[in-house]
Design a protein around this ligand. Structure first.
Ligand SMILES: [Zn+2]
Length: 339
């Protein structure tokens, strides 16, 4: 046993056998923003053998106040978060394996990300992906740990399909777009991120070492500014839950992947290709450099025609900054990238 884990092995709840279980475990982290980056750092230091990190975004300077794995260089070069996380974790613990996937999670790929993972951790920042994740995890009988934080408050719940309520048992309908505060509209402070992530990661460790009796078994709500910590005890699943009882997976079975989505509060729209794609960025850059200056790394390219800034990822997605009008973004996509 590597001496780096000695203090954790001394802890009664884990011990030598628990540490061995952690080293042979695999965790999926969906979203590597503030919560996801915190999950990834804690799990890598704890020696979870394999982390699969999926994120669609790149590092920006506004992230650095709370997203602990990233630094100024990542923001300057706008490195994709999954790739920046893998690089930094390699410096923290070279003994574990990290798979970094720069991708948008949608109904056509979410189940493939679950494959081979023991537990799924929510590091996302929106309900669209959480409802999709709930469908995918319930259908595939995977435990997932919901977590959300904004402003100074946050919520978390551990979802064991068939045993505990699922996300739709608690919140049957997804909140309307624009109805909930986001980190871009209401702000967020780092202590709530660390608090919610700590509860989520503790639950993962308990699950991986086989200590299910220690799970908190509640909808936990924390407000670090109002000094309010509460646990709402949960019973079993709702008898009429569409997902975990009726096994109707509306979000997973949605006919088509949403082609474009406004990124709330950012004056930007994400446009996805209709089918999975592997773009030749060099080729695209050679075309676009006739129109505007292009900056590029191995994951993405960026150019600014007129007042918009367009970032194109290898998987064919684009983030169009400078508009919140989906039709404008689609038309720029069609114009410069083509679909
Ligand atoms: Zn349910």
């Amino acid at each position: 046993m590597n001496e780096r884990y000695s203090r954790q092995v001394l802890f009664d709840g884990i011990g030598k056998s628990g540490q061995e279980k952690l080293l042979s475990s695999s965790v999926l982290i969906v979203g590597c923003g503030a919560l996801g980056a915190s999950h990834a750092e804690m799990l890598s230091r704890a020696g979870v053998g394999k982390l699969r990190i999926v994120d669609r975004d790149f590092v920006e300077f506004t992230n650095l106040q709370r997203q602990t794995l990233f630094n100024e260089e990542d923001a300057e070069f706008r490195i994709p978060k999954a790739a920046a996380a893998k690089h930094r974790i390699g410096e923290i613990n070279s003994g574990i394996e990290v798979e970094a996937l720069v991708a948008d999670v949608n109904n056509s790929n979410v189940e493939s990300f679950l494959e081979g993972c023991d537990v799924v951790l929510d590091g996302t920042d929106n309900f669209q992906i959480r409802y999709l994740l709930n469908d995918a995890c319930v259908k595939n009988n995977k435990i997932w740990i919901y977590g959300a934080a904004v402003s100074s408050y946050g919520t978390t719940m551990t979802i064991i399909p068939g045993e505990t309520p699922c996300l739709r048992c608690i919140f049957e309908e997804m909140p309307d777009a624009g109805s909930s505060p986001t980190c871009d509209t209401a702000g967020v402070i780092m202590p709530i991120i660390a608090s919610i992530s700590s509860v989520q990661v503790s639950e993962v460790i308990k699950l991986l070492v086989g200590k299910r009796d220690e799970l908190h078994g509640s909808l936990m709500q924390i407000d670090v500014w109002a000094n309010d910590w509460r646990k709402i005890k949960l019973a079993g699943p709702q008898p009429d839950c569409p997902a975990c009882r009726k096994r109707s997976f509306e979000f997973l079975d949605a006919g088509s992947v949403e082609f474009a989505a406004v990124l709330c509060g950012r004056n930007a729209v994400q446009v996805a290709p209709p089918r999975p794609t592997d773009l030749d960025l060099d080729h695209l850059a050679s075309k676009l450099c006739m129109i505007a200056a292009v900056t590029q790394n191995e994951y993405l390219l960026r150019f600014s025609p007129n007042e918009h800034e367009i970032t194109v990822f290898k998987d064919g997605r684009a983030i169009v900054k400078g508009t919140d009008d989906v039709s404008v973004a689609r038309s720029l996509y069609a114009k410069y990238i083509g679909s």
